[in-house]
Ligand binder design. Structure first.
Ligand code: ATP
Length: 257
């Protein structure tokens, strides 16, 4: 029997900041086309997991494999910095809660998207412009605003620019860190619709961190519950949200009802 290999396989992730152990022995796997949700209280280590998966920071321990041609057998944490950067640019997209982390506020919105392609070596102005327009349109960004600075846009529009930038190079892995937190409920619903549609169309492997179980329910196939830097419960979204086993997860779920 042929078994599908997960796109992402990370084992035993650990990260310390001085005396603080942010995460300790976290395993993550995600298949192509699958959405993994990570929930947990503030400070439980959710964003740290995403930063490690985005190769933004080194892990203190653990292994990280992406099933990419030519790289499948390489632990990304021990790879040369140049190749790590190439993988980050070409194969991983990220959307942060805070648009200031994900966007350059002094570049136009189209420039923010084009920058991603420039990083990958594209130099032709017409191609860059066309690709930026395509990515912004796919993210349902109003194209008449594509030459505005992000600072002049609404929160929902800024998240759409981040999404377009993240997806401009058609990455294999999409990381979403509280992508709709702080948006109006109606805007949040529209951005979630866009995320769900793109996810379906591109069949991209996605990890979403959110404290909002409504967001997790709308997008995630599987859920990992984190507490004090460890995974305490893990399963299909319906199973975790309808029938949580751990007392902490029960608290998390019932507090939201
Ligand atoms: N750069 C850093 N320096 C020192 N401590 C950090 C740093 N980044 C994270 N931490 C600590 O690591 C722990 C986990 O933080 P992390 O941001 O991953 O949690 P989180 O679950 O994403 O929280 P939130 O939901 O509030 O964003 C916290 O105790 C946090 O203070």
């Amino acid at each position: 029997m042929v078994r599908e290999v997960p796109l992402l396989q990370a084992r035993g992730l650990c990260r310390r900041y001085g005396a603080i152990t942010a995460i300790d022995g976290v395993d993550v796997s995600v298949y192509r086309g699958e959405v993994l949700g990570i929930v947990g209280e503030s400070g439980s280590g959710k964003s740290t997991v995403l930063r490690l998966l985005n190769l933004e920071e080194p892990a203190d321990a653990g292994t990280y494999y992406l099933d990419l041609p030519g790289y499948a057998d390489q632990n990304l944490f021990t790879m040369d910095r140049y190749y790590r950067r190439q993988i980050q640019i070409r194969h991983i997209g990220i959307v942060y809660q805070n648009p200031y982390l994900g966007l350059r506020m002094r570049h136009t919105s189209s420039g923010n998207v084009a920058e991603r392609l420039i990083m990958a070596g594209e130099r032709n102005f017409a191609t860059l412009r066309q690709a930026a327009r395509g990515a912004l349109s796919a993210s349902e960004f109003p194209l008449e605003r594509m030459d505005d600075l992000p600072i002049r846009l609404s929160g929902g529009m800024q998240q759409r620019v981040q999404l377009a930038r993240a997806l401009a190079l058609r990455p294999m892995l999409l990381l979403l860190d509280e992508p709709t937190t702080g948006l109006d409920v109606s805007v949040q619903a529209l951005v979630l619709d866009t995320l769900a549609r793109i996810q379906r169309e591109l069949q991209i492997a996605t990890v979403i961190v959110s404290h909002d179980l409504g967001v997790i329910r709308a997008l995630a196939d599987r859920v990992m519950v984190m507490r004090h830097g460890r995974v305490i419960e893990h399963g299909l979204t319906d199973q975790i949200l309808e029938d949580p086993q751990e007392a902490y997860t029960q608290q998390l779920v019932y507090a939201k009802l």
